[in-house]
Design a binder for this molecule. Structure first.
Ligand SMILES: Cc1cc2nc3c(=O)[nH]c(=O)nc-3n(C[C@H](O)[C@H](O)[C@H](O)COP(=O)(O)OP(=O)(O)OC[C@H]3O[C@@H](n4cnc5c(N)ncnc54)[C@H](O)[C@@H]3O)c2cc1C
Length: 591
């Protein structure tokens, strides 16, 4: 049986030491969220996720959701856990106090989200999608819509969905066909078929508030003709209670590789009553409010699953005895040494650890900038934060989820054959991690977003929001003690700058160059970002290392990252510079 213990020590390090949580408390509206309060929230979240959600993770995988005549049931224990989750106020932590939320800053809340994903990623999708739907309504809904839906979504009494995908269109939403026909009373009749809708139907909440992309009769072709509608499963009466059933039906649920406790539904809308959210034909923009948040959340899914898989791999590597250490017996009283003694097992464990802690640090930076963006009164700081989060969103989504899958696979590898069989729970992590590379925009599409949209945006201004602090840090830390961290970072940064220049130039005459380079470029960018994180963490840890296992391990992991992982940027640069020719000139019929 796997185990999970929230990595509170590292989370506190990120929150308080790397990003000085007091600066978050100083933001308008965050005054009551003192560092002490943030710590107690993290402790409570650790208890809840470890004791309530984690024990349901394997049950959820074994049982999955069931479907019968339009009714979907979640696995044993999910309903009770969801009730506890709502009663504990966890659905409301970052939502606005105006609608019953707690208004917590994102920096500590993102760490809570990581715990949720480690403990039970399938469970986390239900409140996660509700929060995304909440955000779309909060930012784009009318006052009446907000009053009608948000308080019950914040309390968790009602849940939310995002209904984009149709059988013939996933990435290319410009092709979507669901229709919205205006009614005399100001509502719309929505008709069409959506597939793969997470939490589209289930037994956890009294009502489900679908946010649906559809086309008005006179809408222009393509993405410019898409509008957003709110379509409740049960129409809400004037007194706020649930009324008659709307024309939306779950026709089936998918049988899938992982996240089996999350209901993935086919939904048929048959003249369902819906109401326009925001402006007509501007639905994709409104939905993107939700999708950008969701993209970061999906990145955190990768990190969360990686963390729990790593913890179990470490435990197993300590206990499993097999073979002898190459440098001499370490455990003479036993017939073999623990597999932890083998360099290759250590390589796997340190690779996982270096990526996980690096990603946690990077997510802390993004979370902090989101707080600045939403709360600061300093317009310059807000602009920087806006640019930075826009630039980093595809990196967090794609790199964290690629790594989530790679790490859970390496963790399984540490178990050998015992990882491949079901009992130890490791194969579930590999299966659960896989979807995060696909939904919320496949990772290849994230890379295109980074290279094709974010890099050239505003004359390259967004990239400077990342480069400037890195260059400043390098300049300020040229001493011998920091050299083992600064020198590799500087080399990797040069690789990133050369790759950027190459793509910007080559992409001007041939757009395929952008597509061909994008995935390698995103990884290169992400590795440099983690390199910066590790250099910063080393700087904090160096003066505190003596006598401290935590800070000593930080420095050891930082060195491993700099020497063993960051040099991949050289190979990625070479791949980027090789251009698009080898792939685009290869005859399609030869595949
Ligand atoms: C378990 C699960 C849950 C989901 N939940 C939801 C949900 O709640 N709501 C919702 O609306 N949808 C949901 N989805 C749908 C998901 O977002 C889509 O599957 C995803 O966006 C990809 O669309 P597609 O499957 O149609 O693949 P396609 O669009 O057919 O793409 C196939 C592959 O082609 C490549 N590709 C496509 N276009 C491009 C391009 N322009 N450039 C480069 N490469 C490209 C990508 O590698 C992609 O992986 C879910 C899917 C699953 C499996």
């Amino acid at each position: 049986m796997p185990t999970y213990k929230a990595p509170l020590e590292d989370m506190r390090f990120v929150l308080h030491e790397l990003y000085d949580s007091k600066t978050i408390t100083e933001l308008p509206g965050c005054e009551e969220f003192t560092p002490e309060l943030m710590d107690s929230v993290l402790e409570e979240a650790a208890k809840f996720t470890q004791e309530v959600l984690f024990p349901l993770n394997q049950i959820g995988d074994l049982e999955g959701c069931t479907y019968e005549n339009g009714v979907v049931r979640t696995p044993t224990g999910f309903k009770a856990a969801y009730k506890d989750f709502c009663e504990g106020g966890w659905t409301a932590i970052v939502s606005s106090p105006e609608y019953g939320g707690q208004g917590m800053p994102v920096a500590p809340a993102m760490l809570v989200e990581e715990m949720l994903c480690s403990a039970n990623v399938a469970f986390g999708l239900y409140p996660g999608l509700t929060h995304g739907a909440y955000l779309s309504l909060y930012h784009h809904g009318s006052e009446e819509q907000k009053q009608t839906y948000l308080p019950n979504m914040v309390s968790g009494k009602w849940s939310g969905t995002m209904c984009l995908t149709e059988p013939h269109c996933g990435t290319d939403l410009g092709m979507l066909r669901t229709k919205a026909v205006p009614n005399a009373d100001g509502s719309y009749s929505i008709t069409g078929n959506k597939i793969f809708i997470s939490a589209g139907e289930h037994d956890l909440t009294e009502n489900i508030i679908h946010l649906v992309l559809a086309r008005l009769p006179d809408a222009p072709q393509g993405v410019k003709g898409i509008s957003l509608f709110v379509v409740p499963k049960f129409i809400v009466k004037d007194d706020g209670s649930v009324g008659q059933r709307n024309g939306v039906l779950c026709t089936s649920i998918e049988h899938k590789m992982g996240i089996k406790a999350s209901a993935t539904c086919a939904l048929a809308f048959d003249e369902a009553k819906g109401w326009l959210v925001g402006e007509a034909n501007k639905g994709l923009r409104a939905m993107f409010t939700m999708m950008n948040t969701e993209r970061l959340s999906v990145g955190i899914q990768g990190l969360g699953v990686a963390e729990v898989a790593y913890q179990n791999a470490v435990n197993y590597a300590r206990e499993r005895i097999q073979g002898r250490s190459l440098s001499g017996v370490k455990n003479p009283e036993k017939p073999a040494d623990p597999i932890m003694v083998h360099p290759d097992v250590r390589r796997m464990l340190l690779t996982m650890r270096a990526y996980i802690e690096g990603c946690r640090a990077l997510s802390g930076w993004v979370a902090r900038e989101i707080d600045v963006l939403h709360r600061s009164t300093d317009e310059d700081a807000k602009l920087i934060a806006d640019d930075f989060t826009a630039l980093l969103t595809p990196v967090v989504k794609a790199m964290f989820t690629d790594l989530g899958f790679e790490i859970s696979s390496s963790a399984l590898q540490c178990y050998g054959g015992h990882g491949y069989i079901r009992d130890h729970g490791m194969e579930q992590y590999v299966r659960d991690a896989r979807i995060s590379m696909i939904y919320e925009g496949a990772n290849g599409v994230q890379a295109l977003d980074l290279v094709g949209r974010k890099l050239p945006q505003d004359g390259g201004r967004l990239l400077t929001r990342f480069l400037d602090p890195v260059l400043e840090f390098i300049d300020a830390n040229s001493d011998a003690e920091m050299a083992p961290f600064i020198e590799p970072l500087q080399t990797a940064l040069e690789h990133l700058q050369i790759a950027t220049g190459y793509i910007m130039e080559a992409g001007m005459s041939n757009y395929d160059e952008i597509g061909a380079a994008s995935v390698d470029y995103l990884r290169l960018f992400g590795l440099v970002a983690l390199g910066f994180m590790w250099a910063r963490m080393a700087k904090i840890a160096l003066p505190k290392a003596e006598g401290s296992a935590f800070y000593t391990a930080k420095i050891g992991t930082a060195k491993f990252y700099m020497q063993r992982l960051l040099p991949q940027t050289g190979a990625l640069l070479a791949a980027v510079q090789s251009g698009s020719e080898t792939m685009m000139e290869f005859a399609a019929e030869a595949f």
